[in-house]
Design a protein around this ligand. Structure first.
Ligand code: SF4
Ligand code: SF4
Length: 297
């Protein structure tokens, strides 16, 4: 039986997901609950329909095809009852306003591969390739392994973007087919990490050390979120300076553009309000550089 992945989307011409020009495949489901999450559609494992009310032009096509009457037209006005949606995806393809998008569509590796290889020419010219991301892609380790293996058979450069809060077995599965891990680090202090993400960071730190011991290439990404993990940079620098296979560290500035995404999938957001200043980000970068780390700017 073909292995299937539950996907969010495929992003082409990504330039921040590894070297060169890349195609990034986002998979659905994540074990963390970061307060600043900017991909809320990637958190839950079940399918979710995103509905952007301001894009709706009231055409009524969705009400015609929906098997559960989640969409209804009343006196020419569209109404959506999310509680009725079973995630069949029928409405997405008929929506004339592009107001609807289904997250969690299942695709086989065979269906995905032509899409992932479409920009091969650009990969070759730029030193790019394909990145698996999420959500947390390694929560679907079997699918990741199959996709990465197929990419390597095509001699495509591969990267795995992970939060590290995954079973060791998942890393073992993808390690032989992954050229670089883009590894998120949010905090070293466990209490701070729990406050930021809802879970302990023990497994994340252990998995980071494990990958390093396996001589995996690792690029670490630190989301910088004022009032949450901004006091952790020094401690993270100390952990990272001990790694032998670190290719660099990126400091990712927190932004709050994703608020409307929460509304579109029917969730409340609790995203922090304060954004980092350029001076704060520069101080963080300098702290990392002061212990000899290569900061990717
Ligand atoms: S995804 Fe299916 S069940 Fe959900 S609203 Fe659209 S047509 Fe209805
Ligand atoms: S199909 Fe899209 S644009 Fe048309 S009524 Fe439904 S949500 Fe609105």
């Amino acid at each position: 039986m073909s292995i299937k992945a539950s996907i969010l989307e495929i992003k082409r011409f990504a330039v921040h997901d590894g070297d060169g020009i890349r195609t990034t495949l986002f998979l659905k489901g994540c074990p963390l609950r970061c307060v600043w999450c900017h991909n809320p559609e990637g958190i839950a494992f079940p399918k979710e329909l995103s509905y952007i009310e301001t894009k709706c032009i009231g055409c009524g096509e969705c009400a015609v095809v929906c098997p559960t009457h989640a969409h209804e037209m009343r006196e020419g006005v569209h109404h959506f009852d999310r509680s009725r949606c079973i995630g069949c995806g029928a409405c997405e393809s008929v929506c004339l306003g592009s107001a609807l998008k289904l997250y969690g569509r299942e695709m086989t590796v065979e269906e995905l591969m032509p899409l992932l290889l479409e920009d091969r020419e650009f990969f070759e010219q730029s030193g790019g390739g394909v990145t698996l991301s999420g959500g947390e892609c390694l929560m679907q380790a079997e699918a990741c392994e199959a996709i990465l293996k197929a990419l390597k058979q095509e001699e495509i450069s591969t990267a795995v973007d992970t939060c590290g809060a995954v079973p060791r077995a998942a890393l073992e599965q993808v390690l032989p087919y992954t050229d670089v891990f883009l590894y998120d680090l949010k905090a070293v202090d466990d209490a701070v990490h729990r406050r930021c993400t809802g879970v302990s960071n023990r497994k994340i730190l252990e998995n980071l050390a494990y990958l390093d011991a396996q001589n995996a290439k690792i690029e670490v990404r630190i989301p910088y979120v004022p009032d949450y993990n901004d006091q952790e940079i020094g401690a993270m620098a100390e952990v990272l300076r001990g790694l032998r296979n670190l290719t660099g560290v990126r400091v990712l500035a927190y932004h709050n553009y994703a608020g409307s995404k929460y509304t579109a999938i029917g969730r409340e957001h609790r995203m922090p309000e304060r954004l980092p200043t350029e001076a704060e980000l520069e101080t963080a970068r300098q702290t990392l550089e002061s212990v000899g780390l290569r900061v990717i700017r």
